[in-house]
Design a protein. Sequence first.
Lengths: 109, 113
Amino acid sequence: EDQVTQSPEALRLQEGESSSLNCSYTVSGLRGLFWYRQDPGKGPEFLFTLYSAGEEKEKERLKATLTKKESFLHITAPKPEDSATYLCATIQGAQKLVFGQGTRLTINP
Amino acid sequence: ETGVTQSPTHLIKTRGQQVTLRCSSQSGHNTVSWYQQALGQGPQFIFQYYREEENGRGNFPPRFSGLQFPNYSSELNVNALELDDSALYLCASSSDRSNQPQHFGDGTRLSIL
């Protein structure tokens, strides 16, 4: 069965301090790697889909990259409003998402 | 474009009771998936419905059941509630069974006393 592991579990940064979140996966035949953002009390909000190694996607201060074994979510010059839990997931079977446990990101002003 | 909506937002039940949670899928989406998210964890797949048929199930007991209606809305039913069923229940919809992104509602917070 697919496994998805995210690190670190929690990350605290100062405003403007860039960093990266990691998502490692073991899956036979990757069909898609998804990144979501989840705010407290809300459902996950879709950010990116990556389909093949070498692919990159960007949105504002976020950039997602993909290799054959892991994905990174790079956060450049973050702002306090970027504070959230970031989840990654792979697709297994017909359309079952297998999630990691998430990285709780806090950006201090 | 109307997003995924879930009701109710919060629910409190006692052990042994039954509960029904509801989900309206995003406009144009015909696939609905349900997930359970415990506090501090990632969502866990319960099952998926495509065109009113169950299309995959996770490691959840039969007391978790569901339905999808012709308008693609869906229900999650849980019988004989247990304390461990306390969680955020999330519904997600997508356009078909392929590898397109799933879009989530804000969930139903279920508390079992």
